[in-house]
Design a protein around this ligand. Structure first.
Ligand code: FE2
Length: 229
């Protein structure tokens, strides 16, 4: 019998090997909605026990990867976070399978369409860092639990996010398409410098600064023990 995670991987292959549209993405999202910790054998209680020996703020379980997609589980300890990061030209689907997470999302704006960075933002960076400034618009902050629909991020919209666990060891299944690829689709980290009203766009622009991967963020990698994919 085909397991749910196997069906998800197959449908994701069909979805992302062609032109993606809202209909195909919607079908995948519906299937993804059914995923639980049991479907991927994520043993949250064991991992939350201090005796498990893992000390990292986050836990990563690699499930599957091919040219079109990568699927993993991320566990985040209470109060810890996956810092603000992007997914260049990628789609992403997140289904919470344990606890509750807070997701803060941003959409990149084109440097050409926004007004120049205001003085209060520029005063926070050196001239060498100016090219690392990124104008964005904050698109939301929401709490997501196992009861909620999967969250989707798009190659453009909501492409940058920060994920914080707010209820014990929270975990989610994370599907990315295409996968990150060193040198081609690298993950970038950001810090928030501040927000300022942009009269040209008539909206509040949040200015981010690209930073190195924060030292507080690291993962314990553990093997996947769920059904074969
Ligand atoms: Fe992410």
């Amino acid at each position: 019998m085909t397991s749910l995670i196997q069906s998800v991987v197959r449908l994701a292959q069909q979805t992302f090997s062609k032109q993606v549209n809202e209909e195909s993405l919607g079908r995948l999202r519906s299937l993804f909605f059914n995923l639980t910790a049991r479907d991927v054998d994520f043993k949250g209680d064991l991992l939350e026990d201090k005796k498990c020996g893992l000390k990292g703020p986050t836990i990563h379980v690699h499930i599957y990867e091919d040219d079109h997609q990568s699927i993993s589980i991320f566990g985040i300890r209470e109060g810890k976070k996956i810092p603000l990061h992007d997914h260049p030209d990628m789609y992403g689907i997140i289904k919470v399978i344990r606890g509750a997470i807070k997701i803060k999302s941003f959409t990149k704006l084109s440097v050409k369409e926004v007004s120049a960075a205001p003085k209060e933002i520029l005063s926070k960076v050196s001239w060498r860092q100016k090219h690392l400034l990124l104008p964005t618009v904050m698109t939301g902050e929401k709490i997501v639990t196992t009861e909620n629909e999967p969250c989707i991020l798009y190659p453009t919209d909501n492409n940058i996010h920060e994920v914080t666990s707010i209820e014990g060891l929270s975990a989610f299944v994370d599907l990315l398409s295409p996968p990150y690829q060193e040198g081609e689709r690298d993950c970038h980290f950001y810090s928030v410098l501040g927000s300022a009203f942009d009269p040209k766009l008539n909206l509040t622009v949040t200015w981010l600064l690209e930073v190195d991967s924060p030292a507080s963020y690291w993962c314990d990698n553990i093997p996947y023990t769920g059904p074969p994919v």
